[in-house]
Structure formats: structure tokens, C-alpha cells
Design a protein around this ligand. Structure first.
Ligand code: BJW
Ligand code: ZN
Length: 250
């Protein structure tokens, strides 16, 4: 595979890189994306499942949906794309992941600094007292679980109309403003405010590289758009980085 010379030059000199990722990076682990012909939302309506009012209207149905997703995620493994990102930690001074994904696969692959912009499916909390629960802390019986205080437990996921975790968003913006290269991987980049992160990097002067199976709204604003599967492209980039930087990528 041939890469643009300008990109290879940037890769040779970069100290700080950021990966901004979306559902596409986990597609090769067997986890569905949201949009597109086979996406989760081609069959299910986000407005019935991914907002707070829907949860209050029908907590049992929303819980059933998340239990189904948890099962798929728990049975899945990080793929070659997640692993290549973790491997690149040994070739650069700093590698930060800012992800919209809730599946924990970056951490499981070994990435050390991961900012989760849309929460994590394994975490839950009580709407009444705020107590935190891991999914393994209660047994799901087909009904939405309740806390000891009687309050409703919800997944710690950012639904539409909700604010993103302030610290993780601020840290992602800072990393974006500070990096030499930002890779935008497997995201349609249509959900805000997360989709601002690549734009922050671009306006701060970073070299923005998109890796996606198809063109997106971001493609024309990126410096370089690489079309293909992240599980195939990222290991090639990791390998290349190790060669041209003379640093071992484990
Ligand atoms: C591959 C591949 C492979 C596949 N290799 N690539 C009107 C205009 C502008 C904004 C708004 C608006 N109306 C409402 C808003 C705001 C709204 C928003 O942005 N909506 C737009 C969609 C219109 N945003 C919000 O509500 C956010 N909060 C907010 O704004 O707060 C402020 C506020 C407060 C109070 C009142 C009002 C405002 C919160 C957004 C939270 C989003 N959460 C979700 C769902 C979580 C629940 C769940 O998981 O069940 O997070 S939405 C969903 O989309 C999920 C994802 O993280 C997110 C992004 O999706 P992603 O990752 O990009 O996936 P896809 O499927 O879209 O794309 C996959 C890509 O991969 C594709 O491009 C493929 O080609 C590619 N691909 N295989 C490489 N192997
Ligand atoms: Zn409680």
C-alpha cells in the first residue's frame, strides 16, 4: 500500500498523536455501527432508545436493548485496529485515544490514555442517589434494575440531548489542540459536540488523517483521507511508523 509522502514526513517527525474513533473501529470485532445500511439505527429508532424520555417511558425495553448490546460487547475482542493503536504507544512520545465508543475495547487492547466521550456500557448509576454500579453488581432479571434506595439505575451512556462528561471532553479538546497528527477512524463525524474534536485539531495546525471505509462530511476537511478497513490500514501504519522512526512497535 502506497501512502502520500507528505503523510510519511509528518509521521516521521510527530511527537504527539491522537486517535479520535467511532463505531467503525469496532465493526471488525463484530459490534454493529449506528448509521448506514446495516447500522443499528436502520432497524431501530434512536429516539425510542437513546434518550432520557424514552428511558423514563419504557425503562424495561431500554434495559433489554442495553443488556443485548452488553452481551455482544462482552463476547467480542479488540481487533487489529485497536491493537495497532496500542502498539503505536512505543513509537511516539504520546498517543491519546478520544473515543465515542462505549465498548471499552481500546483499553482492553492496551491503550493507556483513553477519553470516553459517550460513556461506557459497563458503568451504571442510580438516578436518585448517584450510587455507581458495574454491570456485574446486579443480576438482570428482564426488568430495569432498581437501587437499594428505590431509585432507577441507568447506563452511564450519553444519550441525545445530554451533556458529555466535562472532563473527558475538555481533555480531548486539549489533546486535539496539542497534537501533531490526529487520526479520525471509523466515524461518520455527524454527532456533535464530539465531531468538533477533529476540527479543533485542524484549526490548531495538526495534520488530520481520516481512516474510513467511505467518504464522510469530514473527508474534505481532512489533510488526507485513507479509504479502507481500520483493521487493515492501522497495522500497516503502525508498521510503517516503527520503520521510519526506527522505533520498535511491539
Ligand atoms: C468503518 C469500518 C471499518 C464502518 N473501518 N471504518 C441538529 C443539528 C446539530 C446538532 C444537533 C441537532 N439536533 C440535536 C443535536 C445534538 C445532537 C447531535 O449531534 N445530533 C446529530 C446526530 C444531528 N447531539 C447531542 O444530543 C449530544 N449532546 C449535546 O449536544 O448536548 C448539548 C445539549 C444539551 C441539552 C439540550 C440540547 C443540547 C449527545 C450526543 C450523544 C450521542 N450518543 C450516541 C448514542 C449512545 C447510546 C447508545 O450507544 O445506545 O453515541 S449517538 C451514536 O452516534 C453513538 C455514537 O458514539 C455516535 C457517533 O456515531 P459513530 O461512532 O460516528 O458511528 P456511525 O455508525 O455514525 O459511523 C460509523 C462509521 O464507520 C461510518 O462512517 C462507516 O463508514 C465507518 N466504518 N466499518 C473503518 N471496518
Ligand atoms: Zn440509589
Amino acid at each position: 500500500m502506497e501512502f502520500k509522502k507528505e503523510f510519511l514526513d509528518k509521521l516521521r517527525c510527530a511527537d504527539k498523536i491522537v486517535f479520535f474513533t467511532g463505531a467503525g473501529i469496532s465493526a471488525e470485532s463484530g459490534i454493529s455501527t449506528f448509521r448506514g445500511a446495516d447500522g443499528l439505527w436502520s432497524k431501530l429508532k434512536p429516539e425510542e432508545l437513546a434518550n432520557f424520555d424514552a428511558f423514563l417511558r419504557n425503562p424495561d425495553m431500554v434495559w433489554e436493548w442495553y443488556q443485548y448490546r452488553r452481551k455482544i460487547i462482552n463476547e467480542s475482542q479488540p481487533n487489529a485496529g485497536h491493537k495497532a493503536i496500542a502498539d503505536m504507544q512505543s513509537a511516539f512520545e504520546s498517543v491519546i485515544v478520544s473515543t465515542q465508543n462505549i465498548d471499552n475495547l481500546h483499553r482492553r487492547a492496551g491503550s493507556k490514555t483513553v477519553y470516553e466521550l459517550h460513556g461506557n456500557i459497563e458503568r451504571n448509576y442510580c438516578l436518585n442517589c448517584g450510587k455507581k454500579f458495574d454491570s456485574k453488581d446486579f443480576s438482570y432479571t428482564g426488568k430495569a434494575p432498581l437501587c437499594d434506595c428505590g431509585g432507577r439505575i441507568r447506563p452511564d451512556i450519553v444519550w441525545f440531548g445530554e451533556f458529555l462528561p466535562e472532563d473527558e471532553f475538555a481533555a480531548s479538546e486539549k489533546a486535539a489542540a496539542d497534537c501533531d497528527i490526529m487520526f479520525v477512524v471509523g466515524t461518520s463525524a455527524v454527532v456533535y459536540p464530539a465531531a468538533q474534536i477533529p476540527l479543533v485539531a485542524r484549526s490548531a495546525g495538526a495534520y488530520v488523517v481520516e481512516v474510513n471505509m467511505e467518504e464522510t462530511d469530514l473527508s474534505r476537511r481532512a489533510n488526507y483521507s485513507i479509504l479502507g478497513k481500520s483493521g487493515e490500514i492501522l497495522p500497516i501504519i503502525a508498521n510503517m511508523a516503527s520503520q521510519i522512526r526506527n522505533k520498535e512497535v511491539k
